[in-house]
Design a protein around this ligand. Structure first.
Ligand code: NFE
Ligand code: MG
Length: 504
């Protein structure tokens, strides 16, 4: 049967993503990703004091505010000619790392696990685990009292699409609940160093406002060890069990095949080559990243701004009724090519570079356990696995960084704001490459542009008509039941899209 399907809303967070697919003979043949909202954060900054930027831009999103704050601080630092001291850099890494851990755990358990594990398994549970017993009672009460909110995950369910072994389902459900606590803990960890989270007031150009004390170090270390243990004992095994239950998904959603990362986490002095450095993987070959190769096309986006412009001189003038346009997301391209960004891009480039034996060995260990090789990573399951592996690698690095903090040493460098300046802040958010570009004239912001991870991944077609990364990943996806295109939803969710960010 041939059918046009619209899936809207699609994500379980920041819901203004709409996907339209054409299905012919049980397969997706074309796909369109639309961002359904204009927000205008770049325009809000026009004419403001540059020091407003890192606070206002964090409000683009409650999931990845830290990355926006850091990108903004880095753009300002380039314009001001200032850099954080060692403590300031380490604290930023720890705040950003904490935000990554909460985000990756959120994505697997709360935003995508219910695509795989069987929620109904809780009703059959006969064991004595208190978390599962409590969950069972809660579900039972919800059903009996008809309190179920619309679209509650138990209904509608599509029988036959979920894991059927008790261990996968029970562990997935139990860890779904514990993951809520782990996310709170990860937020508390970051807040030790930046006042509060989400939205970190302590991030400033030149470093971080908070001081380092032995007491804060001890609190942070103990919380981090709990989260790291959860990643080892729950997150990685749960991803492995889902991958074992759905091996076909190493073949589904393979995507555009090009990967981009700006690199992340400033390196403390004296340490080895960073694991997550900038890089481009094009046609399987590792290339050096050149910032000047980034452009944004607008042909199919609801903007009247010129197309193909580098973001340092970009503009975002809305044009809601533009002919042909189907999205409020622009179409960023690197050297004119479609790129996938995110944990898969970061892990693949680092694996290909091969300079961190711990990363290479960890990836190899999981590939071997799942009986696939690295060519299977660009896929739905490869994205979930990369995210989980990255959580472990980041937690391990954080355990090293926290021991490098120097109590009583400065955490920021003073600066003055020049009348004129430009700067770029390029880092990584949990969902991928994030860039902020800043211009200052007469001491005020004269232009500010962001190119955001989900802008890359959920972009519409570019001026050449090439579909974006998620659009390409959808093509060829088998859809067994056009009334329930769960397979297509799984492909899109593997990218962990955040539309609030994408349309900023
Ligand atoms: Ni709103 Fe974000 C991340 C950024 S995605 S979550 O991670 O930047 O575009
Ligand atoms: Mg932008």
């Amino acid at each position: 049967m041939n059918r046009k399907i619209t899936i809207d809303p699609l994500t379980r967070i920041e819901g203004h993503l709409s996907i339209r697919v054409d299905v012919e003979e049980g397969k997706v043949i074309t796909a369109e990703c639309s961002g359904e909202m204009f927000r205008g954060f770049e325009a809000i900054l026009q004419g403001r004091d540059p020091m407003d930027a890192q606070q206002i831009m964090q409000r683009i999103c409650g999931v990845c505010p830290v990355a926006h704050g850091i990108a903004s601080c880095m753009a300002q630092e380039e314009a001001y000619g200032v850099a954080p001291p060692q403590n300031g850099q380490l604290l930023r890494n720890l705040i950003q790392g904490s935000n990554f851990l909460q985000s990756h755990i959120l994505h697997f358990y709360h935003l995508s696990a219910v695509d795989w594990i069987d929620l109904a398994a809780i009703q059959k549970y006969e064991g004595s685990d208190p978390t599962l017993r409590n969950l069972q009672t809660w579900v039972q009460t919800q059903i009996e009292t008809q309190q179920l909110f619309p679209l509650a995950p138990l209904f509608p369910r599509y029988e036959g699409n979920y894991a059927d072994d008790a261990l996968t389902n029970e562990m997935g459900l139990k860890n779904y609940v514990i993951a809520l606590e782990m996310r709170a803990l990860a937020h508390q960890m970051g807040a030790i160093w930046c006042g509060k989270l989400p939205h970190a007031p302590g991030l400033i150009p030149g470093g971080v406002t908070e001081s380092v004390t032995a007491r804060k170090v001890a609190r942070f270390r103990s919380a981090l060890k709990r989260v790291a243990t959860f990643i080892d004992d729950a997150y990685l095994p749960d991803v492995q069990r889902v991958a074992t239950a759905f091996p076909d998904y190493f073949e589904v959603g393979r995507g555009c095949g090009n990967f981009l990362t700006y690199g992340m986490f400033g390196q403390p002095t004296g340490s080895e080559e960073p694991t997550f450095s900038p890089g481009v993987l094009m046609d399987g070959k590792l290339q050096t990243f050149h910032q000047d190769q980034i452009t944004e096309d607008t042909c199919y986006s609801r903007f009247s701004s010129p197309s193909g412009i580098h973001p340092s001189s970009g503009a975002s003038a809305p044009d809601p009724h533009k002919d042909k346009a189907y999205s409020w997301i622009k179409a960023p391209r690197y050297a004119g090519q479609v790129m996938e960004v995110g944990p898969l891009a970061r892990v693949l480039t680092a694996y290909k570079r091969g300079t961190d034996p711990n990363l290479v060995n960890l990836v190899d260990k999981y590939l071997e356990a799942l009986a696939v090789d690295a060519t299977a990573l660009p896929s739905v399951l490869g994205r979930h696995l990369s995210r989980a592996l990255e959580a472990k690698i980041v937690a391990t690095k954080m355990l090293e960084w926290v021991e490098m903090l120097a109590p009583e040493e400065p955490t920021n460098t003073p600066f003055t704001i020049p009348q004129t300046g430009t700067g770029a802040g390029l880092t990584e958010a949990a969902r991928g490459a994030l860039g902020h570009w800043l211009q200052i004239r007469n001491g005020k912001i004269s232009n500010y542009q962001c190119v955001v991870p989900t802008t890359w991944n959920c972009s519409p077609r570019d001026d050449e008509g090439n579909p974006g990364a998620t659009e390409q990943a959808l093509m060829g996806t088998p859809v067994n039941n056009v009334e329930n295109p769960l397979e297509a939803a799984r492909v899109v969710r593997s990218f962990d899209p955040c539309l609030a960010c994408a349309v900023h």
